[in-house]
Design a protein around this ligand. Structure first.
Ligand SMILES: Cc1cc2nc3c(=O)[nH]c(=O)nc-3n(C[C@H](O)[C@H](O)[C@H](O)COP(=O)(O)OP(=O)(O)OC[C@H]3O[C@@H](n4cnc5c(N)ncnc54)[C@H](O)[C@@H]3O)c2cc1C
Length: 490
C-alpha cells in the first residue's frame, strides 16, 4: 500500500481502542470534542504526502512493493539521503510551525534506526533481528502512525523496578504462551497514543544483571494500539473546545500524552524484539543510539518552532514600538542565535555522518546531537522567558474573539491598537503568544522541551562518565611541560 491519505488515517483510528479522558472512555478519538481537531491536524499531515507540491519530496519507492512510501522509513546510505530526509521533515515541521514534537516521522525514524541495528538484536537469536526488519516493513508499507513509550511510572525512583510496591508497576513479562508473551504494567509515557496505530516499547534503562527479579523487565516489543488489554490514560486535554481564534495553538496542536497500561496484553511472538537477556538488553540501551537518527527530526522541529517564535516576537516588538530599545534588540538576537545554533548542530551531525560497524546505512555524528540535546531545554526556556519579558501584560490582558465582535469594538479599536497594527491584528498576535507560552498548552511545550528527550541531568552525568578526556588532559600536560619542563627530569 502507498502512503495513506488523511481520510485513510482517520478511518484507521475508528476502532475499539481503549482511550480514557476525564474519567470517561472515548468512543471515537476522531469525533471527540477535545481530540477531533488534533486528529484532523494529523490527517492534514498525511495528506501532504499526496499534494502535487510535496509528494515527490516526502516519499521514496518501496524496495518491496514499488509503491511510494514515507521518507522517514528510508535507510539513509549517503549524505544525499540524509538531506533528502531532512527536506521531508521540514515540510511536516513547517506545516505545524514546530508545535508538534511527535509527528509520525519521529517514531518512524526510530524504528528505521532500530532496523538498521537489527543485527545486534539478533546476535543470539536471529529471529529477533528478523522480527525488527519485518516489523519495519510492515509499518512502512501500511504507513502507520506510531507512538513509543519507554519509562515506568514515577512511584519511587530510588529503588530498582522489582522493589516497587507491586512487581508489575513497570512493564514485565508475566508468562509466555503459544501466541506470544504476556506483559503487565505501565509505560510512562506515550505522546500521541490516542492517535496512533501502534505502540513501540523498547527497553529504556539498563537492568541490574545480578538481580534475578529484574529479568522479567527485559523485553522490547510493539503491539497495535487497539490490542486487547491495552489502555491509554490521557492527561486533561489542552484543546479546551474553545474557538480556534481564541486558542490558535491549543485548538489544533494538542498531541496528547498518556500513560500506557498493559493488563496482561499478549504480545505476538513476531512483535517481540528482545526477551529475557539482560546482557543483550543492556547493550541495546547503551549501544543502540537511535537518537543519532531521530535527532534530525528534533533539530528540524526546533528550527521551525524557533522561526515561528521569532516571527511572533518581531511582530510584537515592531508592533508596540519597543524595537528601538537596545535590550529588546539584544534579546531578539538571542533567539536568532538559538535558531542558528540548532542549524549548526544539525548540519555538523549530517556532514560528519559515517557508516557504523554492524549496522545498515550511514549514521549522523553523535557529538553535535549530544551537545544539542543537553543545551536545548535551557535554551528553549530562555526563549520563553524572552517572550514573557518583551510581551509583558499584553500576554494576558487581551480580549477574545467574542469581545472583538461585541459592542466593545470601539473601545477595543482605540485601546488595543498597536503602532503598526489595528486592534484585531494586535489582539490575535498577543493571544498567539499567550497560547505559545502561557496556557496549559504553552506550559506543556516548555515541559516537553525539557524532558521529551530524557532527563538532561542524568544524561550529563552519563556524559561525565563516558567522555573521552584524553585531548583535554594532553593539552594541559603539554602546557605544563612547556612552562615547567618534563616532570621526569625533576
Ligand atoms: C511532555 C512530555 C512528553 C513525553 N513524551 C514521551 C513519549 O512519547 N515517549 C516516552 O517514552 N517518553 C516521553 N516522555 C517522558 C520523558 O522521557 C521523561 O519525562 C524523562 O525521561 C524524565 O523521566 P521522568 O519524567 O520519569 O522523570 P524522573 O526520572 O522521575 O525524574 C524526576 C527528577 O528526579 C531526578 N532523578 C530521577 N532519577 C534520578 C537519578 N537516577 N539520578 C539523578 N537524578 C534523578 C531527575 O533529574 C528529575 O529532576 C515525555 C515527557 C514529557 C514531559
Amino acid at each position: 500500500m502507498a502512503v495513506r491519505t488523511g481520510e485513510q488515517f482517520l478511518v484507521g483510528l475508528r476502532d475499539d481502542r481503549e482511550v480514557w479522558l476525564g474519567g470517561e472512555r472515548v468512543a471515537d478519538v476522531t469525533f471527540h470534542p477535545k481530540m477531533a481537531r488534533m486528529a484532523q491536524t494529523l490527517a492534514g499531515i498525511y495528506d501532504l504526502q499526496h499534494s502535487p507540491e510535496f509528494r515527490e519530496r516526502m516519499t521514496f519507492t518501496s524496495p518491496t512493493s514499488g509503491e511510494p512510501v514515507a521518507l522517514s522509513y528510508l535507510v539513509p546510505e549517503t549524505q544525499d539521503d540524509l538531506t533528502r530526509r531532512r527536506g521531508a521533515l521540514e515540510i511536516v515541521a513547517e506545516s505545524c510551525h514546530g508545535m508538534l514534537g511527535r509527528t509520525p516521522d519521529y517514531v518512524n525514524i526510530q524504528l528505521t534506526a532500530s532496523r538498521q541495528l537489527s543485527a545486534i538484536f539478533g546476535e543470539k537469536d536471529p529471529r529477533f533481528s528478523a522480527h525488527l526488519r519485518e516489523y519495519h516493513e510492515y509499518v512502512r508499507e501500511r504507513d502507520l502512525c506510531l507512538t513509543h513509550a519507554c519509562g515506568h511510572p514515577q512511584v519511587n525512583r530510588s529503588v530498582g523496578l522489582s522493589e516497587l510496591p507491586d512487581p508489575y508497576i513497570a512493564v514485565g513479562v508475566v508468562d509466555t504462551c503459544a501466541e506470544g508473551v504476556v506483559v503487565r504494567g505501565a509505560k510512562n509515557l506515550a505522546t500521541l497514543a490516542p492517535f496512533s496505530d501502534e505502540i513501540f516499547a523498547p527497553l529504556y534503562r539498563p537492568l541490574r544483571p545480578d538481580v534475578e527479579e529484574d529479568r522479567k523487565y527485559c523485553i522490547g516489543f510493539s503491539v497495535p494500539s487497539n490490542i486487547k488489554g491495552l489502555k491509554f490514560i490521557c492527561r486533561p486535554s489542552h484543546d479546551l473546545g474553545e474557538p480556534l481564534g481564541d486558542y490558535p495553538l491549543s485548538g489544533q496542536f494538542d498531541e496528547m500524552d498518556s500513560l500506557a497500561v498493559f493488563d496482561d496484553v499478549i504480545v505476538p511472538w513476531e512483535r517481540v524484539f528482545l526477551l529475557d537477556d539482560v546482557d543483550l538488553g543492556n547493550r541495546t540501551v547503551t549501544q543502540v543510539a537511535l537518537w543519532r537518527h531521530y535527532m534530525q527530526q528534533v533539530a528540524v522541529k526546533n528550527i521551525a518552532k524557533l522561526e515561528f517564535i521569532l516571527g511572533i516576537v518581531r511582530g510584537i516588538t515592531e508592533g508596540i514600538g519597543i524595537g528601538v530599545y537596545g535590550h529588546v534588540q539584544e534579546k531578539t538576537a538571542e533567539i536568532i542565535d538559538t535558531i542558528e545554533t540548532c542549524r549548526a548542530y544539525m548540519r555538523a551531525a549530517e556532514a560528519d555522518a559515517v557508516p557504523l560497524e554492524g549496522a545498515e546505512g550511514i549514521w549522523p555524528a553523535p557529538e553535535p546531537w549530544i551537545a544539542m540535546r543537553h543545551w536545548y531545554p535551557d535554551a528553549y526556556a530562555r526563549v520563553v522567558a524572552i517572550v514573557q519579558q518583551l510581551a509583558a501584560s499584553g500576554l494576558m490582558l487581551t480580549p477574545n474573539e467574542a469581545d472583538l465582535a461585541s459592542s466593545l469594538a470601539a473601545d477595543i479599536a482605540k485601546y488595543y491598537q498597536a503602532m503598526t497594527m489595528a486592534a484585531p491584528e494586535r489582539v490575535r498576535l498577543f493571544r498567539l503568544a499567550w497560547d505559545l507560552i502561557g496556557t496549559e498548552f504553552g506550559s506543556r511545550q516548555t515541559l516537553y522541551e525539557r524532558f521529551f528527550n530524557g532527563d538532561v541531568v542524568q544524561l550529563r552525568i552519563r556524559r561525565y562518565a563516558q567522555y573521552d578526556y584524553s585531548r583535554a588532559e594532553e593539552s594541559v600536560r603539554r602546557f605544563m611541560g612547556e612552562v615547567y619542563g618534563d616532570l621526569a627530569d625533576q
